[in-house]
Design a protein around this ligand. Structure first.
Ligand code: SAH
Ligand code: SF4
Ligand code: F3S
Length: 470
């Protein structure tokens, strides 16, 4: 998740999965269109927004040209993410010129960062709503329909949308995301999230369990518990025992042995032995951890305010492998953070050599206005140097990924079937516990999405395992 800054591919498929209250999307008199950018939290929030809009009589459409409401759920994590949104708005401008009644709304982190300034900068935007203010959408839409520009970017210390049942937007009917906490208290100096998402707060455990149970009842086989920093989940109701992340994981895993449980993202400082023990103890808690390291150099890590050293991180990885020798591991890396020297960069490469990540999301540093780094440090690594270092990081990771995937040849895995392979109708695609994609021929068996199968691996690329059913 984290780091998963991909454009919303669900646009194409939205029509199928919508309509929670009515089977026929045409039964809604008004239509909305939503496109999401950024991390899984944003995608998950779009499902909350869809639920709120359905209750207001808006049905989803996959075609923005026919929508009454067009929403962009935006990301601010890097400058490029914001540029993408601005380009997208240009595309909407043409349609709005033809259909002046169409309302355009900007949701999410960029709305929060720019606030009312958005309305000045982008004249075609009618509504600006921050991530904690989605409940006010009905009122804001009404205002905008009356010709007023409307904004709500208030952040909250309590809002978790716990009682809102998300409308699964791109449902394969097998895997779903469940938001368990919001916000972040960590203040990594490069990061805009604490400013766009506000203070950390954990969602009521009862409502999380109810949502997971409901998913099981609907036939879902996998939930991913989501948060900026899931390991710091902490929920306590008066007079009762506090519920930690480890406890919550076990409670969700206890719903059904047939339900796979994943989570994202973990900050290295918070993933405790309790969590590792819980993972090792339950077959259905997937053996996979996304553990962003950012840099392999202790001085840079300190400037980033990551609160751990290189050695501490390496020890954490060692600990994970002691508990679960077969655990999948991925990371996030930033190249060219303020003051990073060539030797510091070499430390990142050597840490990667030591950890052997199965996968990584890799970025060059993007200075974000308002962050601690932007205020305190000079963005002094030249763009070409950042890029060249990033290329070296990517090249090394590709090598490690290929080695990791090829090392699985000959092994057998339990795979949850998620969909027909994108490349071939004759193949299924699913993932193993370690989060590696496994593709295999359908053969003439009566298998379907959501079934578990055992697959022997015969071949591998750096991102896919190819196998056959046993
Ligand atoms: N909460 C998650 C990360 C969310 S942002 C965590 O702490 O693990 C996802 C990733 O984007 C980060 O891990 C980091 O690698 C990257 N990132 C964040 N801010 C960035 C910036 N200013 N420039 C480049 N990459 C950045
Ligand atoms: Fe950003 Fe750090 Fe919080 Fe992750 S933990 S969201 S990188 S401030
Ligand atoms: Fe996520 Fe981007 Fe916001 S990564 S929290 S949508 S800034």
């Amino acid at each position: 998740m984290a780091g998963m800054l991909v454009k919303d591919i669900r646009e194409e498929r939205q029509g199928e999965a919508y309509a929670p209250f009515a089977n026929d999307p045409n039964s809604y008199s008004k239509k909305f269109y939503i496109e999401s950018y950024g991390c899984q939290m944003n995608f998950s929030d779009s499902e909350i927004v869809a639920s709120i809009l359905n209750a207001e009589g808006f049905g989803a459409t996959k075609n923005y040209e026919e929508a009454n409401l067009v929403f962009l759920n935006t990301c601010s994590i890097r400058e490029k993410a914001e540029q993408t949104v601005r380009h997208r708005l240009q595309a909407f401008r043409k349609v709005k010129e033809q259909r002046p009644g169409m309302l355009i709304g900007v949701l999410g982190c960029m709305a929060e960062r720019l606030k009312a300034k958005f309305l000045e900068e982008e004249k075609l935007v009618d509504i600006v709503v921050g991530p904690d203010a989605y409940r006010s959408l009905p009122g804001l839409i009404e205002e905008a329909e009356g010709g007023q520009k409307s904004v709500n970017v208030l952040l909250s210390r309590e809002e978790t949308y716990a009682d809102i049942s998300p409308v699964r937007l791109d449902s394969n009917g097998v895997t779903a995301f469940v938001s368990i906490m919001r916000g972040c208290n960590n203040m990594c100096t490069f990061c805009v999230v604490p400013f766009t998402r506000g203070r950390e707060r954990s969602r009521d455990a009862v409502s999380i369990l109810a949502e997971c149970q409901q998913l099981v009842d609907q036939g879902f086989k996998e939930v991913t518990l989501l948060g900026q920093n899931v390991d710091s989940y902490h929920f306590q109701e008066a007079d009762s025992q506090p519920i930690t992340f480890a406890k919550l994981l076990e409670m969700v895993a206890g719903i059904s042995p047939m339900l796979r449980v994943r989570f994202s993202t973990s900050h290295p400082k918070d993933i405790t032995d309790d969590v590792l023990e819980a993972m090792a103890r339950h077959h259905n808690i997937c053996k996979y951890i996304h553990l962003p390291v950012q840099s392999g150099n202790t001085r840079v890590l300190q400037l980033m305010n990551r609160t751990y050293t290189r050695e501490w991180y390496l020890n954490k990885v060692k600990r994970i492998r002691e508990y679960m020798p077969n655990c999948g591991l991925s990371t996030d890396v930033i190249s060219g953070f303020c003051t990073e020297s060539e030797a510091d960069h070499q430390d990142t490469l050597s840490l990667m050599d030591l950890c052997r990540f199965d996968m990584a999301y890799m970025f060059s540093y993007s200075d974000r206005p308002g962050t601690l780094a932007a205020r305190r440090y000079e963005d002094d690594v030249p763009e070409e140097t950042k890029k060249r270092r990033l290329e070296e990081i990517i090249k090394l990771q590709n090598k490690h990924s290929l080695e990791s995937y090829r090392a699985d040849i000959g092994k057998e895995f339990e795979v949850l079937i998620e969909a027909t392979s994108k490349r071939s109708d004759a193949h299924w695609s699913g993932r193993n516990s370690q989060n590696k994609v496994v593709v295999f021929p359908k053969e003439n068996r009566t298998l379907k999405k959501g079934d578990y199968v055992h697959v022997r691996i015969l071949d591998a690329t750096s991102a896919t395992l190819l196998g056959e059913m046993i």
